[in-house]
Design a protein around this ligand. Structure first.
Ligand SMILES: CC(C)(COP(=O)(O)OP(=O)(O)OC[C@H]1O[C@@H](n2cnc3c(N)ncnc32)[C@H](O)[C@@H]1OP(=O)(O)O)[C@@H](O)C(=O)NCCC(=O)NCCS
Length: 150
């Protein structure tokens, strides 16, 4: 599937929120996404499948690029478009960009119970570094994952 990547603008936020709410039990609010758009070190990239005229957003990834670290804060694909390689394209773009800017590491946090996401990150050779217990609430641990680029 051909997928085009572009940066989000304010007009895209309703669709981003729609995907966010379908993806997470405690979704980010509109205000959190609006804030990301104002931060110079933040980027929300959108995955736009070519089919359908290239107008619909199928997924997004939000990352911070600070000093030599790319931190992936959020990635989600619309449930109707999963397992088509869209998450892979988004993550590839974030990693390529990090490499191109000379970053040494890509980091992220994932729920221990989120086997789909952990499998996706493993495919990119992210390593599970440590655990933050109860980070997402009682019994919901976070795994800190890291991909070294150097
Ligand atoms: C995680 C997520 C972004 C993956 O997006 P996607 O577009 O479906 O991912 P891809 O199609 O690129 O899948 C790439 C690989 O990830 C793994 N994967 C993805 N979904 C999986 C699932 N449900 N079960 C097991 N492995 C899975 C597989 O290894 C897959 O490769 P394969 O399809 O060749 O087997 C998507 O499931 C999602 O939006 N989940 C809800 C939000 C979320 O959990 N985000 C991560 C927060 S840390």
């Amino acid at each position: 599937m051909a997928i085009h990547i572009r940066d989000a603008i304010a007009r895209d936020l309703p669709r981003i929120i729609e995907i966010e709410r379908l993806a997470f039990p405690a979704p980010w609010t509109l205000a959190s996404f609006e804030r990301e758009l104002t931060l110079p070190f933040s980027r929300i990239m959108l995955a736009i499948p070519a089919e359908g005229g290239g107008a619909s957003i199928a997924g997004f990834l939000c990352r911070w690029l600070i000093a030599d670290e790319c931190h992936v804060l959020n990635i989600a694909v619309h449930p109707g478009s999963r397992r088509l390689g869209i998450g892979t394209v988004l993550l590839s773009e974030a990693i390529s960009e990090a490499k191109a800017t000379g970053a040494g590491v890509v980091t992220l946090e994932v729920r221990r119970s989120n086997l789909a996401a952990r499998q996706l990150y493993r495919k990119f050779e992210f390593e599970e570094r440590r655990l933050r217990r109860h980070y997402y609430g009682p019994g919901e641990d976070a795994i800190i994952m890291e991909l070294r680029l150097d």
